[in-house]
Design a protein around this ligand. Structure first.
Ligand SMILES: Nc1ncnc2c1ncn2[C@@H]1O[C@H](COP(=O)(O)OP(=O)(O)OP(=O)(O)O)[C@@H](O)[C@H]1O
Ligand SMILES: [Mg+2]
Length: 366
């Protein structure tokens, strides 16, 4: 998978710019707050349908403008794609790929695969369980659009169930037939999601443990710990667990079990990373995790994703940097940094970003 060209109009601090990418490492450098991450954000939007750093789409429209328009040209081994994303100030968003309107996120995700790696990713290890579920959900959704459909359906039904539980708790009514209806539906989607999570974590674990050992010799282990603990993951076991918990859930006024309470735990040896590991060990674990995700995408889709590395060189020591340099040799990489000295890989293009302006300085830097 290769990204060829990005054009942006009224996006963040850019008015109207265009940038072309080569097949190896593309370096985007510049001082702080000049627009480097904005470029990666624009690309990320085409693979995930949303920004990696803001919840509100309209925040991305350039201050004082009514709309933004992004255009991305990319290809995989089969064909060329031209994707266009437009967003107006009233929140209306449209995406087309080769002129075909994309109406669902699950449609978009099957086209462009990227793996973003930024300093905030440390939170996948250190942060709340929600962030780990989020990482897993996005990684699986990129590869299996049907998973995303089930996830959306599950969360819709969960919101309905929680509303009902709140009402039941308030009214003292302990017998509402709708609770069973929601539990049935949640069990169907929930067991499906659990199976995918379990399977994906296992595959990710087999890649990441090898990668991690190669980087630093330590044993990294990922463990999927579902909220509904059963020997066989299926709808009936899920449903039984919810049925048994119904009384307590009504008392509580909210759901107590389900995929919204799953956890993914990271271990080095038998020690849980978030409690024991140093900052450097945590960073290395994230590096292994992201590289494992990259390999898994290649394994399943037959093509490497594009790697978006946001200012991570300064975070890695020379050992990890040289490991990464070796690993990216056969991949397209778009990386941001404040100075080109810390860039890695075989350089395809070098861009200097200054106050929303992009200058191609490849010739003078190679
Ligand atoms: N909607 C917007 N309109 C105009 N400017 C914006 C908008 N949103 C963000 N910006 C500006 O874009 C600038 C560049 O942001 P970006 O995150 O890309 O910087 P960066 O070069 O990655 O910096 P750093 O090295 O600190 O990470 C910031 O100064 C920010 O104020
Ligand atoms: Mg940045």
């Amino acid at each position: 998978m290769k990204i060829e060209k990005l054009s942006v109009r009224n996006f963040r601090n850019y008015e109207c710019e265009e940038i072309t990418f080569g097949e190896n490492t593309n370096i985007i450098f510049g001082n702080n707050a000049q627009g480097k991450t904005n470029i990666l954000e624009a690309i990320f939007l085409f693979s995930h349908g949303r920004s990696h750093r803001t919840k509100s789409d309209t925040e991305m429209i350039k201050f004082g403008s009514d709309f933004m328009k992004l255009c991305l040209e990319f290809c995989d081994s089969d064909r060329e794609y031209k994707a266009v994303l437009q967003l107006s100030k009233n929140g209306k968003k449209s995406i087309t790929i080769n002129n075909v309107p994309i109406t669902k996120l699950s449609m978009l995700m099957r086209y462009l695969n990227v793996v973003m790696f930024s300093p905030e990713d440390l939170q996948i290890i250190k942060g709340a369980p929600l962030l780990r579920r989020h990482f897993l959900d996005e990684a699986i959704s990129q590869l299996y659009p049907v998973y995303l459909k089930r996830l959306i359906s599950y969360h819709k039904n969960l919101a309905q169930k929680n509303n009902l539980l709140k009402k039941m708790r308030f009214s003292g009514n302990t017998n509402d037939g709708m609770l069973d209806v929601w539990n049935e539906q949640l069990s169907d989607d929930g067991a499906f999601i659990m199976k995918y999570r379990a399977d994906f974590t296992e595959k990710l674990n087999s890649f990441s443990s090898d990668i991690h050992k190669e980087i630093c010799g330590e044993i990294l282990n990922l463990l999927y710990t579902p909220s509904i603990d059963c020997d066989i993951i299926d709808k009936d076991n899920f449903y039984n667990k919810l049925s048994v918990a119904a009384e307590r859930e009504i008392e509580n006024g909210s759901s107590l079990y389900g995929i919204q309470r799953d956890e993914i735990r990271f271990f080095i040896g038998d020690k849980e990373i978030k409690n024991y590991a140093s900052q450097g060990q945590q960073r290395t674990a994230v590096l292994s995790l992201k590289m494992a995700q990259t390999e898994l995408i290649k394994d399943i889709r037959g093509e490497y994703p594009v790697l978006l590395l946001d200012d991570i060189m300064s975070e890695l020591d020379s050992l990890r940097r040289s490991y990464l340099a070796g690993k990216i040799a056969d991949k397209q990489v778009i990386l941001t940094c404040t100075d080109t000295d810390s860039a890695i890989g075989k350089t395809s293009a070098v861009y200097k970003v200054e106050n929303g302006g992009i200058e191609n300085v490849s010739a003078s830097r190679k």
